[in-house]
Structure formats: C-alpha cells, structure tokens
Design a protein around this ligand. Structure first.
Ligand SMILES: [Zn+2]
Ligand SMILES: [Zn+2]
Length: 107
C-alpha cells in the first residue's frame, strides 16, 4: 500500500489483541508477497475485534457519500438483520482508525 497510514490510536497499543493484529497487519502490508494474502484478513480480524471489544471507540459518524455506510444503516435496527448490519457497520467504521483511507472505505 502506497497511501499514508494514519497514526493508530494509543489505546490500541494498550490492548494485546489490537497490538498483535496491528503489528502483523503492518508487517504483512510492507511485504509485497504477503500483502494480497494476509493484510485483508488481518484488517478484517482487527476490525471485528475492535467492533466487539472496543465498540465505544468506533467512530459513529457515517462517511459522507459512502455506499457501505448506507448499506449497513438499516431502518429496522431491532430486527435480526438490522442487528447484524449494525455490527457490520461498526466493523466497517472501525477500519478508518488503523487503515489508509482508501483501504478503510473499501471494506
Ligand atoms: Zn483490542
Ligand atoms: Zn462508510
């Protein structure tokens, strides 16, 4: 990835799981061979972890004009589908904390 990485928030380094996944993600992304294979999976696992264990840290604002934010923001938040979409939306918005913007908005 050539785009600049954001400075990951300090609380991520105070969490063993965040620090471990983030360290592996940066390592994988710096390696041309492993980039395609590993970094997407690591980013997904880190976003899932943050959405579950640090959900208060996830930015709540939707990204302007983002089709994924629109997709996950359902009218029926109490339904099973609505709840699943709420979690997926959290995972999606967690990515902006630690990924370059273009990569963050792509998943
Ligand atoms: Zn964590
Ligand atoms: Zn979005």
């Amino acid at each position: 990835m050539t785009e600049n990485w954001p400075a990951a928030p300090l609380w991520m380094f105070a969490c063993d799981t965040c620090a471990r996944l983030y360290g592996r993600l940066r390592w994988a992304s710096a390696d041309q061979v492993w980039e395609m294979i590993d970094s997407d999976l690591l980013a997904l696992r880190l976003a899932q972890h943050i959405a579950r264990d640090h959900y208060r840290r996830v930015p709540s604002a939707r990204h302007p004009g983002c089709w994924l934010c629109d997709h996950y923001d359902r009218d029926e938040p109490e339904s099973e589908l609505g709840q699943a979409m709420t979690v997926l939306g959290r995972e999606h918005r967690a990515r902006i904390l630690f990924l370059p913007t273009l990569a963050a908005l792509a998943g």
